[in-house]
Design a protein around this ligand. Sequence first.
Ligand code: FES
Ligand code: MG
Length: 583
Amino acid sequence: MVDKKTDGAVVTPTGLRKGLTNYGDTGFSLFLRKAFIKGAGYTDDALDRTIVGIINTGSGFNPCHGNAPQLIEAVKRGVMLAGGLAIDFPTISIGESFSSPTSMYLRNLMSMDTEEMICAQPMDAVVLIGGCDKTVPAQLMGAASANIPTVQLITGSMLTGGHRGVRVGACTDCRRYWGQYRGQEIDEAEIVEVNSRLVASVGTCSVMGTASTMACIGEALGIVLPGGATPPAVTSDRMRIAELTGKQAVEMARTGLTPDKILTPKAFENALRVLLAIGGSTNGIVHLTAIAGRMGYDVDLEAFDRMSRDTPVLVDLKPSGQHYMEDLHRAGGLQTVLRELRPLLHLDALTVTGRTLGEELDDVPAFTQEVVRSVNDPIYPVGGIAFLRGSLAPEGAIIKQSAADATLMEHEGRAVVFENSEDLALRLDDPDLDVNADDILVLKNIGPIGAPGMPEAGYLPIPKKLARAGVKDMVRISDGRMSGTAAGTIVLHVTPEAALGGPLALVQSGDKIRLSVSQRSIDLLVADEELKRRRAALVLPTPQNAERGYRKLFFEQITQADKGCDFKFLRPPTMHGRIPTTP
Ligand code: FES
Ligand code: MG
């Protein structure tokens, strides 16, 4: 499928030159480039082939990518079987637990690294190896902008472990045990013991957290191989997917199947459906918005909410349900979900295989299993995420209703306000804190600018004295995010954020707030006059240490949650429109 340009360079149908010739002149610069890479022992035969770059995000600080060496070996095998040459190279890796101030602060940096290194080096296709929460979105954002043939390979979930006869997995159970420890239900010795049981192998969190959500979204978008979302990290299925991914990358280079043909509005609508149906992480909406933004589409959150009303949650995984990722894999993986959702999907959307989603689903067998429910017997009747608006969040907020307490979803209460994370840490467990179970906990200044990087601090712990009295859930509100592994009646992504002077900045302890998930509203019940007075006296926090470097760029460029928290200059200069356009 390649042809010769007049200067002798080989080009693909997309106009990309092939292999080492895909930039620079084919005289001296090619001679030099070949001479240098031959230092690694390559023959001309090897170098004259379709070149597939493999992005290695293995890192000692990122156990979620701990299988990267084996995956790279398997991808290389696939590339070679298809007649190509595989060359791996590193980019930034972001491990969720070791990224300060927060992994989200680094996501856009990783997307820039990914885009620029794909463009800078001579490759005909690229395999992105990612898994931990921010890595898959960062890679898809970068690859969408680079637009050479791309396949996303997921590292895969970790295995579950066992603690005193109970099956456990990170990190929904991390929170559960820590909650028990705070409530003095388990002792010091047990919390130390369970710490070694929660993460049983390398790989990503074993529940429907952000990593699993993004893996499923990748497959729904068609940019991950069919069946590629769910094989656990240490299984032979995962290695076979890696080998097939390498093979497919060579094929895509030959046919010129670039991301712009796959990441279409229809694909994004399929992914939004899937996000709702899997009870996916609230972070999924921010990341999908950012990826769609790179392709020139804004996500219309009100239309997404309408979509939510006729998309039931089908996947019975923690934190919305009871199973783990390895169970979903045994139940047929995301393909079982897609088959159930079939009437709601755009079946003509193209996947990395060159076939449509519908064609791929035709081959998926039906069988009895316990993890993916049917549309007629869902785990939750509507989509996992609801979009809220109101005087407290004029540009919107979200709640993961499938993981919330049904009795709190229509609730009016007194605000107990914390100005920022430090204030929260200082006062939350104070025995003298004036707080009751039916109050609403409000945390300000953990938005994209406020913290910075919109940390997953929106899961405010229940104040110790209430936890000890048996309180399990309260309405909590912030401009931050929440881990996909967490559950509770938690309103997130309040936009505009407090640090930008959004109404959230004006809330004071004792104010009344009303949450109505059925009305999709979140309101601050304070008179306009009083709010005007408070606004006049409002002093916004100034970003700290923002005079230079990436931090300066971050503060200058970061957008709010409704734009995916991407950098302004990374979005295309003109947008094509808004999605979803249906229903
Ligand atoms: Fe990496 Fe959860 S910490 S996926
Ligand atoms: Mg997470």
